[in-house]
Each structure stands twice: as C-alpha cells, then as structure tokens.
Design a protein. Structure first.
Length: 89
C-alpha cells in the first residue's frame, strides 16, 4: 500500500487544529460528493480519499499513530498493541 499524506489530501498543515481539519474536510467533501458529480469516477475516488484522511486525522489516537509511524501506522493497528496479531494468545 502506498503512503498517503492525509494532510496533503485535506490541504492542511501538520499543525492543523481539529476545527481546521473538520472545515477542510467538509469543504472538500461537498465539492467532490458523488451527488454533486454524478458519474464522475475521479470525483468519487477523491471523495473516498478525503473521507479516509478525515477518519484518521479527526481521531486523536489514529492521528497520533499516523504522525509517529507514517506509512506504517496501519500495520501497527492490524498487529494490535502487543505486537502480535489480534486473536493470538
């Protein structure tokens, strides 16, 4: 999986506040929403990417892991907090 710079996706700096992230997300989501761009596959893909970026950056814990681990943040989440895959003894 390629690394996505979620800050770049939303057009905000890494120092952005929760309010700035929320504002940027709402503006872009409205602009690229499938209802506003019927049949436009590029707009639909961008809308999904914007939603993914918002999901990570608007959650304090996910954002912290993303900032600390960069491209590997999801691997940490899949592995569980103990380092072993979830469900292992």
């Amino acid at each position: 999986m390629d690394y996505k710079d979620y800050y770049k996706v939303l057009g905000v700096p890494k120092t952005a506040t929760e309010k700035e992230i929320k504002t940027a997300y709402r503006k872009l989501a409205r602009q690229f929403h499938p209802d506003m761009n019927p049949g436009d596959k590029k707009a639909e893909a961008r809308f999904k990417e914007i939603g993914e970026a918002n999901e990570v950056l608007s959650d304090r814990e996910k954002r912290k892991r993303y900032d600390e681990l960069g491209a590997n943040w999801q691997a940490y989440e899949r592995a569980g907090r103990g380092g072993a895959p979830q469900g292992w003894p």
